[in-house]
Design a protein around this ligand. Structure first.
Ligand SMILES: [Zn+2]
Length: 439
């Protein structure tokens, strides 16, 4: 019907590009997109056609569910075009949710929001840097904010939260990287697909040769989304630094094999897709934590796993850490469990005499000899490597998490000398100065 109306000249189709490609309608599944230039006669005729369609088919068109969308009126380079996305993320990452969620819950929410960002925007338009920065700022504030909603101190670099769990990070994902990879898909489609309508239009509007690879063609003269797509560059630092070698294995690896994989990553790290570039510090830092990928097995609740990760990367707020950050209000850095040594991560979870006895008790009850590991990393590796079978691993890893978690709970419950003293002072003042009543 529409085709006939176009042929009769009742509907003036949109003429696109230098070749004047006629565009009147497109259909996807049960949706229809109609194109027309701002011309009263065509719009009225479209409406008449709908009525005819309703009468002929007995179906009714729901005009309330239809939208009028302008073409070429929104500029994806402007931040305001992206405002609906930012608003959506802002609304979903609202502070009251941050107050009721623990860190592991927050991570799940941040991840789900990144995955549900409209693919439509991300796969067509290059996200402006300001938008990407705003999105990351929203996620970071949400992740690290305190229980009262105030800004908190980040425990690790955001890059370490974004990269995949496989390489040692938390696997939240990165909207910029996602955007770029989705756009790169157009390079592939441009070379791969024969000459569909979209390609005709793109070639006509941007004066591109449909038979030549996009990467080798001169840039389109006028701006717009396609110029951005043609300009994509794997050498761009934001993208380049995040290229990580990713292997898929057919079965789960043994501990000794994980070590080999780590060595392979070490050797591959300086190897880049572009020449004249040496690996940055960041990917080195991330891959140095790749041994943590073995903890995400669901043996213990997610927030305990996450706590284990913070312990393994050495970012738990021990007194030593708080002193480094300059927020150790009490000024004392001694371990509350033994009161003998500086409270560092290694001390608290490994070397402290109290912790030590807990580890030993477990090993005795499981009938194992105690081999002194030097670091938390070696500790995890020896416990993880105690058993090759899934069931055995589950038992040993559960013990590992149970010990570090309870040491942390005990550490937080135990008040330091300073705190006990402060409490006695408070009671003293209250009882001396206050009216105890009773006469
Ligand atoms: Zn101690």
């Amino acid at each position: 019907m529409l085709g006939e109306a176009v042929r009769n000249g009742r509907i003036a189709p949109l003429l696109v590009g230098g070749d004047h490609i006629e565009l009147s309608h497109l259909q996807f599944a049960d949706n229809t997109v109609l194109f027309c230039s701002p011309e009263i006669a065509t719009i009225v005729n479209y409406k008449r056609l709908f009525w005819c369609f309703e009468l002929m088919s007995g179906l009714s068109i729901n005009f309330d569910k239809s939208n009028l969308i302008s073409v070429n009126c929104a500029n994806p380079r402007l931040v305001k075009t992206w405002k609906p996305i930012i608003d959506k993320v802002e609304q979903k990452l609202s502070l009251w949710k941050a107050k009721v969620l623990n860190k592991s819950g927050k991570l799940v929410l941040i991840k789900s929001i990144l995955n549900s960002l409209p693919i439509y925007y991300l796969s067509l338009y290059k996200m402006p840097k300001a938008v990407a920065d705003k999105l990351i700022a929203l996620q970071r504030n949400f992740m690290w904010c305190k229980e009262n909603g105030n800004y908190g101190i980040p425990m690790v670099k955001w890059e370490l939260v974004q990269a995949p769990k496989k390489v040692g990070s938390l696997g939240v994902g990165d909207a910029v990287l996602r955007n770029t990879t989705l756009l790169f898909k157009w390079w592939w489609r441009f070379s791969k697909e024969d000459y569909p309508l979209w390609k005709k239009i793109v070639c006509s509007c941007n004066k591109l040769n449909p038979d030549v690879m996009l990467a080798t063609q001169p840039l389109p003269v006028k701006g717009g989304p396609w110029k951005d797509i043609c300009q994509l560059n794997i050498k761009e630092p934001r993208i380049r630094d995040k290229v990580i070698w990713n292997f898929q294995w057919r079965r789960e690896l043994f501990q000794w094999e994980l070590e080999l994989v780590n060595q392979l990553h070490e050797r591959l790290r300086p190897v880049k897709l572009s020449s004249g570039y040496t690996s940055g510090d960041l990917s080195a830092e991330i891959t140095s934590y790749s041994f943590t990928s073995s903890i995400w097995k669901g043996f213990v609740p997610p927030r305990i796993e996450l706590f284990g990760w913070f312990v393994l990367v050495g970012r738990v707020n021990t007194k030593e850490q708080l002193t480094k950050l300059g927020v150790n209000i009490l000024g004392d850095s001694m371990c509350v469990l033994c009161t003998n040594e500086l409270e560092s991560v290694e001390h608290l979870f490994l070397r402290c005499e109290v912790t030590w006895q807990v580890w030993c008790k477990w090993l005795r009850s499981l009938g194992r000899e105690w081999v002194i590991p030097g670091t938390i990393k070696e500790m995890l590796e020896s416990w993880h490597g105690m058993h090759n079978r899934q069931q055995g691993q589950k038992m040993w890893m559960t013990v590992f998490f149970a010990v570090i978690w309870n040491i942390w709970l005990e550490r937080n419950a135990r008040a330091s000398l300073e705190v006990i003293h402060t409490r006695t002072v408070m009671n003293y003042t209250e009882w001396r100065g206050g009216d105890l009543g009773g006469g």
